[in-house]
Design a protein around this ligand. Structure first.
Ligand SMILES: Nc1nc2c(ncn2[C@@H]2O[C@H](COP(=O)(O)OP(=O)(O)O)[C@@H](O)[C@H]2O)c(=O)[nH]1
Ligand SMILES: [Mg+2]
Length: 244
């Protein structure tokens, strides 16, 4: 199959994502010519926002609010969702679809799920390719969502810059997160569900833990994803990160 990048760029301008989708499938399946095709691209320097964290932390809800904020600013946004748990529990994917539904048909938004076939580690190259494609066709932001549960998910978010780790003010899962490599690679920490009474205590605890990371400055942003609280601040922090 042959793709002309110039015509995909023209189509994306008109919010026609059909050939972009076909081209993503071509790269996802590593069809012959994929590597050469990507090597000839000219990716723009736009933020690739990696969003990870335990299941249920509110990543999809946060992304929905984030899209709203960026679209309000007139930005064109692509969302790549790499969530292996969506395949194990179809309900999760369904829930995300319902939540993001308002954006599925919006002309400034392109949303695409990538199948992980239960083996994320093998998908890293394709994700890098697809991100390069999206960076080349006129989007202002890329959002890359994955569930932070294992080493291969750590690799996925390392394609991104900045990487955002979404935590909630409950012990269990978050202590696991701190032990995982994600705690080391995250650039921005979001404490979501900060409407919960124990939120402030958790933020203090996190700030303490992060102050021990020498030479790394990390922002902590408190959000309530389903009301949009804190999302404007998060976008500011993302922009500052990208400028540096
Ligand atoms: N109280 C509260 N609930 C939230 C918040 N953000 C998300 N939720 C809820 O938490 C659940 C899981 O959210 P979801 O976005 O699917 O999490 P994901 O698995 O990380 O993508 C949903 O029922 C959301 O409505 C928040 O800030 N506060
Ligand atoms: Mg989700």
């Amino acid at each position: 199959m042959q793709f002309a990048i110039s015509s995909i760029i023209e189509e994306v301008k008109e919010s026609n994502f059909l050939n972009l989708s076909k081209c993503i499938s071509f790269l996802e399946n590593q069809q012959e010519g994929s590597a050469d095709f990507v090597a000839a691209l000219h990716p723009n320097n736009i933020p690739v926002i990696g969003i990870t964290g335990p299941p249920g932390a509110g990543k999809s809800t946060l992304i929905t609010s984030l899209i709203g904020q960026l679209v309000n600013e007139g930005k064109k946004v692509a969302v790549l969702s790499v969530d292996p748990s969506s395949i194990l529990h179809n309900g999760a994917l369904l829930g995300d679809r319902v939540r993001m539904r308002e954006w599925y048909l919006h002309p400034m938004v392109y949303i695409r799920s990538l199948a992980s076939r239960g083996h994320l580690g093998g998908l890293i190259k394709q994700i890098e390719w697809i991100v390069d494609l999206i960076k080349s066709v006129g989007f202002d932001y890329v959002i890359l969502e994955t569930v932070g549960v294992g080493q291969s998910e750590v690799q996925v978010v390392q394609v991104a810059s900045p990487t955002i780790l979404v935590l909630v003010p409950e012990a269990g899962d978050d202590i696991q997160m701190m032990k995982s490599g994600l705690f080391e690679v995250a650039n921005i920490f979001v404490v979501n569900k900060s409407d919960r009474p124990e939120a402030q205590k958790f933020v203090n605890h996190l700030r303490q833990a992060l102050s021990e990371r020498v030479g790394v400055k990390t922002d902590i942003v408190e959000t309530i994803a389903n009301t949009g609280f804190g999302v404007e601040e998060l976008v500011d922090v993302i922009k500052k990160y990208h400028e540096h």
